[in-house]
Design a protein around this ligand. Structure first.
Ligand code: ATP
Length: 310
């Protein structure tokens, strides 16, 4: 697999405090990689290192195969755009003037691409409005627009939807998905909002106390999440007897778990009609029946040993 970013045993301390203690991650080319970790896990520190804002104490990283300490890393970083901590733009300037400024800073020969970037991020119609009067969502989109100058193929976003309203969240999500799909831009996104991340990410890296806990692709995560049918019933004992008597799945007996006085989760492939008929015959009323799968949040909580939220 080709990686856009690889980090190996990255360490970074602030005084005596170790923010990163050997962080190893692999961001595949073309991915939307969700970097997940609780407050203080080291997400922003990692993003600062790979953007060249700080240096690691030890360990190393490569961007498109070029080491972070290589003298050519500057030209490789020109293929990268980033919004780390707060979006970088001038509050007293319009969206367009901000992009002109960034084009100048990058030494780009013509401003031809600016209108296209404004269109992509949905800021074409902001005219003379200064950035300081933008909504939070517009500011975040302007930050992404600035990051898009110079046609990067790798974009790093630090908590892109923090504090946003549901409409703003959807706009950012659709923008990221469109840029990934239409322009093959790889994204590395740190986020606390796991439900939102699960609508976007193709890969996840879970970190805690500056180390990698697990990397997993969205496909692997979906495959590992146990799908089940949750039955709400009048009598769980009767359900257990009926399920024990069925023994019809390809793997043999029906696998199930009693989750409360009135709820039973049934795993694996089960013939629903036969299940309901069997329960009816044994005098057990089925009050409701629906499919469930493990949420990313539950997966994360279990991974971190329970009880801790991102
Ligand atoms: P959050 O989700 O809260 O932004 P994070 O995962 O991004 O957290 P970092 O910002 O990387 O975490 O911080 C990791 C740890 O390093 C934290 O305990 C933080 O207090 C500490 N830290 C970060 N920057 C500095 C600094 N410049 N000086 C001292 N300590 C720092």
């Amino acid at each position: 697999m080709e990686y856009c970013l690889e980090t190996h045993d990255l360490c970074k301390s602030y005084g005596r405090f170790k923010a990163l203690s050997g962080l190893t991650l692999h961001v595949p080319k073309g991915a939307i990689y969700g970097l997940v970790g609780r407050n203080g896990a080291g997400k922003t520190t990692l993003l600062r290192l790979i953007c060249g804002l700080q240096r690691p104490d030890s360990g190393h990283y490569t961007i498109y195969g070029v080491d972070g300490s290589d003298r050519n890393i500057g030209s490789i970083r020109r293929r990268m755009g980033a919004v780390v901590e707060t979006p970088a733009f001038c509050r007293d300037m319009t969206a367009r003037d901000n992009l002109v400024l960034q084009y100048k800073a990058l030494g780009l020969p013509s401003y031809d691409g600016i209108d296209e970037i404004l269109r992509m991020v949905g800021l074409s119609d902001t005219g003379q409005k200064k950035a300081k009067h933008f909504s939070l969502g517009m500011k975040q989109r302007l930050g992404i627009a600035v990051a898009l100058c110079g046609h990067p193929d790798f974009i790093v976003l630090d908590e892109p939807v923090n504090g946003m309203d549901p409409e703003g969240i959807v706009e950012i999500r659709e923008l990221i998905l469109r840029l990934n799909r239409e322009q093959q831009i790889t994204f590395l996104i740190s986020s606390h909002i796991l439900e939102e991340l699960s609508k976007l990410a193709t890969h996840y890296g879970f970190i805690d106390s500056g180390v990698t806990v697990k990397e997993i692709s969205a496909r692997e995560w979906e495959a590992s999440c146990r799908q089940c049918i949750r039955l709400t019933v009048s009598d769980t004992k009767a359900v257990c007897c009926a399920l024990d008597g069925m023994g019809e799945t390809p793997g043999g007996k029906v696998e199930y778990a009693v989750v409360s006085d009135s709820e039973v989760d049934v795993f694996g492939e089960v013939n629903i009609t036969r299940l309901v008929v069997t329960l009816q015959k044994s005098g057990c009323e089925v009050l409701s029946l629906h499919e469930r799968s493990e949420s990313l949040e539950n997966y994360y909580i279990n991974l971190m040993g329970g009880g801790n939220h991102a």
